[in-house]
Write a protein that binds this ligand. Structure first.
Ligand code: ACO
Length: 358
């Protein structure tokens, strides 16, 4: 049987840390509110572009899989904060890592993007069209933070994660056992970044900024992720007790808790790293996955449940049976150029345009 499995994984978090106490100086908030209402303690602010974060995460994933960049057939970058509309982030990554034989394309499903891209890679491989695919989830949402809006500016951070997906011949099914992708375009205005594309007058003066109806997003995130998870488990012929680890989009620790309660998942099976990075949108799942493997939370043959919800609205869930290997085959020395600025210094231009909320 021809299957598609994850054979390498990597992440890249920029070094500058924006703490909750830093945020207290630029918006009307407190460490206590952010910690209790979201579970976030700090997030990273990038001194380089999103494609640079992606390229470093990709080089770690390639080394982990023991795959040369020239052997990639396809690069999929899931993002909603691309450096540029043209060229695509995927082709920028292709150029940066020297993947001369790969096609590249971007996929925007906001925070659900990584599962959309992983299932696309899976299907490309299962049909025989491709053998080796790089899937990246990466964001630089810090450019769109508006510190006059305390409901959104405390949530988001920058980062990238990547996996290599490869064809394999197996006797028993491994890789993605079932997946569901969904969208509701009628709710698009509830979580959006107006004027981040071509809409509006050509001479509009303001920078794009994230806007969100937090309460409705919260409610829909919990129901969509838990309902889709129940359906993909049923499609895979599995029960919630068969799941070894749940790796969901990291938007708010209270969303994760409520989803776990609805699915009857014990807390120790939920992977949670939101305290350190905040919501990095499409990057949260591949970063969490890389950390879960590093921490020994995934075993050969283990069942991983993925679920995500994001702007669009979009949602996705997938059940994945891990392959035979949880150790990396190699390591990469790839790293970002040095950064000499604090997170607040990196955000100074943004603050100068939007102002502060204090
Ligand atoms: N600091 C202090 N007080 C605050 C802050 C803050 N940062 N933000 C809001 N408040 C205040 C509000 O003004 C309000 O005050 P009031 O009662 O005097 O009016 C009070 O706190 C409660 O506000 P709520 O909006 O009801 O707070 P809530 O508990 O809903 O938390 C939050 C807001 C964190 C945004 C939550 O709704 C949430 O996490 N939503 C989901 C986000 C998400 O899942 N996004 C996923 C996708 S992201 C993507 O696709 C790119």
């Amino acid at each position: 049987m021809r299957d598609a499995i994850i054979t390498g994984w990597g992440k890249c978090l920029p070094p500058a840390v924006l703490s909750n106490s830093d945020l207290e100086t630029v918006t009307d908030t407190s460490d206590e509110w952010i910690t209790t209402r979201t579970g976030i303690k700090e997030r990273r602010i990038s001194h380089v572009e999103m494609s640079d974060l992606s390229a470093v995460a990709s080089q770690h994933a390639l080394a982990s899989a023991g795959v040369a960049a020239e052997d990639l057939d396809l690069i999929l970058v899931a993002t909603c904060s691309s450096d540029r509309m043209i060229p695509s982030a995927a082709t920028m990554v292709q150029g940066k890592i020297g993947a001369i034989n790969a096609a590249g394309m971007d996929l925007n499903a906001a925070c659900s993007g990584f599962i959309f891209a992983l299932s696309t890679a899976d299907q490309m491989i299962k049909t025989g069209a491709m053998d080796t695919v790089l899937v990246v989830g990466a964001e630089k949402l810090s450019n769109w933070l508006d510190f006059t809006n305390r409901s959104t500016s405390v949530l988001f951070g920058d980062g990238a994660g990547a996996v290599i997906v490869q064809a394999t011949d197996t006797d028993s099914e491994v890789g993605l056992l079932a997946f569901e992708l969904g969208s509701d375009g009628t709710a698009g205005d509830l979580l959006c970044v107006p004027s981040s594309g071509t809409e509006g007058p050509a001479d509009r003066p303001e920078l794009p900024r994230i806007m969100m109806e937090g309460k409705e997003v919260f409610r829909r995130a919990v129901t969509s992720m838990s309902d889709a998870s129940t359906r993909v488990l049923a499609a895979a012929g599995l029960d919630i007790d068969d799941v070894d680890l749940v790796v969901t989009h990291q938007a708010n620790v209270r969303i994760l808790d409520a989803t776990a309660r609805r699915l009857n998942i014990p807390p120790e099976k939920m992977f949670v790293n939101i305290a350190a990075y905040g919501n990095t949108s499409a990057a949260t799942i591949p970063i969490a996955l890389a950390e879960a493997i590093e921490e020994g939370k995934i075993e050969p043959g283990g069942i991983v449940l993925f679920a995500a919800f994001g702007g669009g609205f979009t949602w996705a869930a997938a059940v994945y049976r891990w392959g035979p290997r949880v150790e990396s085959l190699g390591t990469s020395q790839a790293q970002l150029p040095p950064n000499h600025k604090t997170a607040l210094e990196l955000l100074a231009g943004n603050i100068a345009v939007h102002g502060t909320g204090v």
